[in-house]
Design a protein around this ligand. Structure first.
Ligand SMILES: N[C@@H](CCC(=O)N[C@@H](CS)C(=O)NCC(=O)O)C(=O)O
Length: 225
């Protein structure tokens, strides 16, 4: 097994299957940037149905982005990918040693990835497409995002420093930044309800690793001109 220093020294051979607008892929882009890992970006155009291509299905049988290929390792699902990166590339650790802080980081990541994003997602909204109106869809997404944000605000209010669980950027931040971005850009969430999250979001905007991961900075983002 490679030691930590070997893993850090070895140039990575990483390919990320991503879609610029995917909040799940956005998380992985931040983690890769924080760890200083270069990667090849392979766009999977979700609006055109590229996720259903049989070639992509070989990479992720669930037909979702993100998926990561690292040499002979193929891993899908943002949390699994980021925990894999954490083990293999320990530079810029995303999980603190402190057990309480570590638990909160995992809890925030899990709230975002299982109790917010799947309920607001394109897939769920598409299922309801013909059954409920556009307004009802937006309200439903907003309710799920607000429920999750209210819980996270309470969870981290006392423990937050410059970032969600202290003065280091950790896993919770990697999951929060894309969810806040999606909350504002897609679901018009009133962030004034969440002063801690608002403050954190302002701090994320200053960080190059977060800036470079933004949807409009990706190679498959539509040109604005
Ligand atoms: N739990 C998975 C969820 C992945 C997921 O829902 N991906 C969305 C984009 S954020 C997707 O690929 N949707 C395609 C579709 O609904 O067909 C993760 O965190 O990676």
């Amino acid at each position: 097994m490679a030691s930590d220093s070997e893993a850090m020294a070895r140039p990575a051979n990483l390919t990320l299957y991503s879609y610029y607008w995917s909040s799940c892929a956005h998380r992985v882009r931040i983690a890769l940037n924080l760890k200083g890992l270069e990667y090849e970006y392979k766009a999977v155009n979700l609006s055109k149905g590229d996720q259903f291509d049989p070639e992509f299905e070989k990479i992720n049988p669930l037909k979702f982005v993100p998926a990561l290929v690292d040499g002979d390792v193929v891993v899908a699902d943002s949390l699994a990918i980021i925990l894999y990166l954490e083990d293999k590339y320990p530079q810029h650790p995303l999980l603190p040693q402190d057990l309480k802080k570590k638990a909160i980081n995992l809890q925030v990541a899990s709230i975002v990835s299982s109790s917010i994003q799947p309920l607001q997602s394109f897939f769920t909204r598409q299922f309801f497409e013909k059954r409920i109106s556009l307004d009802e869809k937006l309200t439903s997404s907003q309710n799920h995002v607000n429920k999750g944000f209210a819980a996270i605000e309470k969870l981290i209010k006392e423990i937050a420093g410059k970032y969600a669980t202290g003065d280091e950027v950790q896993l919770a931040d990697v999951f929060l930044a894309p969810q806040i971005f999606a909350g504002v850009a897609r679901f018009q969430i009133d962030m004034s309800l969440y002063p801690t999250l608002t403050r954190l979001n302002e701090a994320y905007a200053e960080l190059p690793a977060f800036q470079a991961a933004l949807p409009h900075r990706q190679p498959d983002a539509p040109s604005t001109s």
